[in-house]
Design a protein around this ligand. Structure first.
Ligand code: G6P
Length: 436
């Protein structure tokens, strides 16, 4: 049997059981013989706990896969076929800072949307580009499947600045399809929808269930508050029915950050006092998950993992890897350069959309012009993303200010200046590209 080596960076993440579960379930079509979980020294304890669970899961499945745990990146990368990343530079403590600092100025404090996404990109992009350089030496033909947030901007940086073949993935679109399937009592595989936008800023239409177009019906369900996308990490505040009917598109729940920006910030400010930011809540969830993972009798992905926002990660990641490996030509929603899919964005701009996935990678489907209702939002967030990537590459503070000031949720340049200065001060240890 062919030898297939997969490496996961950030292997000590609480999400790892998701991934290993996905590889076990797909073993017949994706025979991973070596699975390497890699982490940094600071993540070693978590790596050992979650890695031991991964080894028990594989043993129980009775498959011929060896799970290696290591902090030696070079050893792990040598000869790899697929590398997946789920790293969090600065760990949850940095995320919590990202969330709290904008809230001081009444601005959204979120992991990937708004200023938080800017800051996470500054810490993350240089680290992932270093990884690409290592891959160029140790496994130049391997695929890099990136799940590290902000996934859209990371993909934008990798596609512009590295020759390594990469794809950005997110569980968001898959969760929307799941919600449609649940609303109609069918399987996820029975649902297809056309998706367009940017990471954490996607809209679906042409919703087909077993081949029948149910877009209008599903939009009406949404308007009536039934069946909509509700990720665990997003405040559960409904959009007005009249707005949904007028929009005629199914928005990912992250769109509430834009369409209900004031209400969401109020919600976050209240959460800050009672229960903490989502990052603080995630710390608590993670602690209890790792307590479960420690149990030597646990040999499967615990149901409690579904309390995290990215719960469908394995389905998304593993099915896309299998589609590349087996040259399946399946259609998946991925982050990929536009390449003409819509004329309303540059060909090189990374978008999140349906693409045919084969052994050569992702080929986005033609979409055409963006509807007027969403065109401006997508274009302005894309401008923010491109400036954010440029700032992350250069460490240029003026570009960083332009990026923050151009985000639609940042109300004034003065506020952008405050957020930037607080962010840079709080992230000194993680910003080698900046002169601080
Ligand atoms: C969603 C997003 C992921 C994100 C996650 C956060 O599913 O698609 O990109 O990382 O939620 O979940 P958390 O439990 O960390 O707040």
């Amino acid at each position: 049997m062919e030898r297939l080596k997969v490496v996961t960076l950030g292997g000590g993440s609480g999400y790892t059981p998701e991934l290993i579960d996905g590889f076990i379930r797909r073993y017949q079509e994706l025979p991973v013989s070596e699975y390497w979980l890699v982490d940094i020294d600071a993540g070693k304890e978590k790596l050992e706990i979650v890695g031991a669970l991964a080894q028990r899961m594989v043993k129980k499945a009775g498959i011929d896969m060896t799970v290696y745990l290591t902090t030696d990146l070079d050893k792990a990368l040598a000869g790899a076929d697929f590398v997946t990343t789920q790293i969090r530079v600065g760990q949850l403590a940095a995320r919590i800072q990202d969330e709290k600092i904008p809230l001081r100025y009444g601005v959204l404090g979120q992991e990937t949307t708004g200023p938080g996404g800017f800051m996470k990109a500054q810490r993350t992009i240089p680290v992932l580009l270093d990884l690409c350089r290592k891959m160029e030496q140790l496994c130049p033909d391997a695929w890099l499947i990136n799940f590290t947030n902000p996934a859209g901007m990371v993909t934008e940086a990798l596609s512009r600045h590295s020759a390594i073949k990469s794809l950005g993935i997110c569980s968001g679109a898959n969760s929307m399809m799941r919600d449609i399937a649940t609303a109609y009592g069918v399987e996820r595989e029975d649902v297809y929808a056309r998706v367009m936008g940017l990471n954490h800023l996607i809209f679906a239409d042409r919703i087909a269930v077993k081949g029948q177009d149910l877009t209008d019906d599903f939009i009406e369900k949404l308007a009536q508050g039934v069946g909509g996308n509700q990720l665990k990490n997003i405040p559960d505040i409904g959009l007005p029915a009249q707005f949904i009917r007028a929009l005629k598109l199914y928005p990912l729940s992250y769109l509430k950050y834009f369409y209900l920006s004031r209400e969401v910030v109020e919600h976050e400010l209240q959460a800050l006092e009672h229960g903490g930011t989502r990052g603080e809540q995630s710390l608590v969830i993670e602690k209890s998950l790792f307590e479960l993972y420690r149990d030597p009798n646990l040999c499967e992905k615990p149901a409690a993992l579904s309390a995290r926002g990215g719960a469908l990660y394995s389905d998304t990641a593993c099915s896309i890897i299998s589609s590349i490996y087996n040259n399946k030509r399946e259609i998946h929603v991925v982050n990929v350069p536009n390449q003409g899919a819509t004329p309303d964005l540059a060909d090189t701009s990374v978008i999140e959309t349906n693409a045919v996935i084969d052994a050569h990678g992702a080929h986005p489907l033609a979409y055409g012009r963006l509807p007027a209702a969403i065109k401006g939002l997508i274009q302005s967030v894309k401008a923010f993303e491109e400036l954010t990537v440029e700032a992350a590459m250069t460490g240029d503070k003026s570009t960083a200010l332009l990026a923050l000031a151009s985000h639609p949720l940042v109300p004034s340049v003065a506020v952008a200046e405050h957020i930037l200065s607080d962010y840079l001060a709080a992230n000194r240890d993680y910003l080698p590209q900046y002169t601080l």
